[in-house]
Design a protein. Sequence first.
Length: 369
Amino acid sequence: MRTLARILSISLAAGSAAARVPCAGEGPPIYAEQEGYGLPEAVVPTASATLQLTGYAGRDTSLRSGDLTAGMGFALAQARLGVCGAHDGLAYRLIYEPWNLIERARPDAMAWGRLSDALVAWLPTAPGGDWSAIAIGVGKVPFGRGREQPSGALPLATRPLVIESLAPDRRLGLSGEADLGLFRLALGLYEGARLPSIDGLGGVLAVAHAQVEPWGPVGRRSTPEYGAWTERPRSTVGASAAYLWRDGKSGYALGGELAFGWKRLFLSGEFLYADLWPLERPSETPGERARRLGGYLEASLRVVGPFSLAVRGEYLDEQRGDRFFAAAAGATWLLIGPALQLQAIYSQKFHLDSARNDGALLLAIIVAR
């Protein structure tokens, strides 16, 4: 009861200081959403929206095939609003997502939207530091660098297709994290079901993610705030593991990652392998489990001021008769820092088992508060 009263007092109190950046739903509550770090204080209302204009879409483009868009034209890709904050050793994040274009492509999507985040965390090291947290609720699963990277700090307008297909996204469960600078470890135990449910748990999902930064800091973002420390080379290596027990069958996923930053250049890559693993992205056959593997390499360069360029190459074998290489290139312009971004991306798949035409060119506008 004392903990509940403390949470309620946080939610009703007036914020004594606004967060430096929005915190609309990425990572544990000790991290802000658009930048990927920073501890918000007290009560911070937040909202974000992504508007998408597709200038070209191949004839076979489909969201249920993992493509960027459903077709040509203008669309609201995502909208979020909520509140987050921290006080006296507790942090929280409550984010309602009334609309998500990719989420709506799923057969089991809820008509009212979803709670993308509903987390409460204990910060045992506060107020002396924010290097550890234990959280309970609905939030992002710590699996893979590409999944944990904040949406407001992506070098391209979309995450790698490999990550969207294989890395688990949000789940209901318990997680813990310790970030010691040189070494970071995150653990989680979740419901296996993609949507939170009391009646249908969908099995059990256990996840671990470890990172080592011998020459850091690197952090979650590929576009850091530049300073004297960014002039030196920085690197990180990491590994992820996940185990899924569902319907009397066990499956697993393994991942390895690396990242390197130097001045205005940033390189990153991951390789994922999974067995008896369902697709995370929308699919015509949701829940189907198979052996899958893939990887990507990504490079971004901050050309001048708030303008950057990025390229990505990847390979994905979903073991469903669909194997492809994919290439993407794009640009990002931070008009008002992370609060207003303009991103352009062109992506093209090269299928090895079919002649599908599902390339796409789109423009995304991200507004966040």
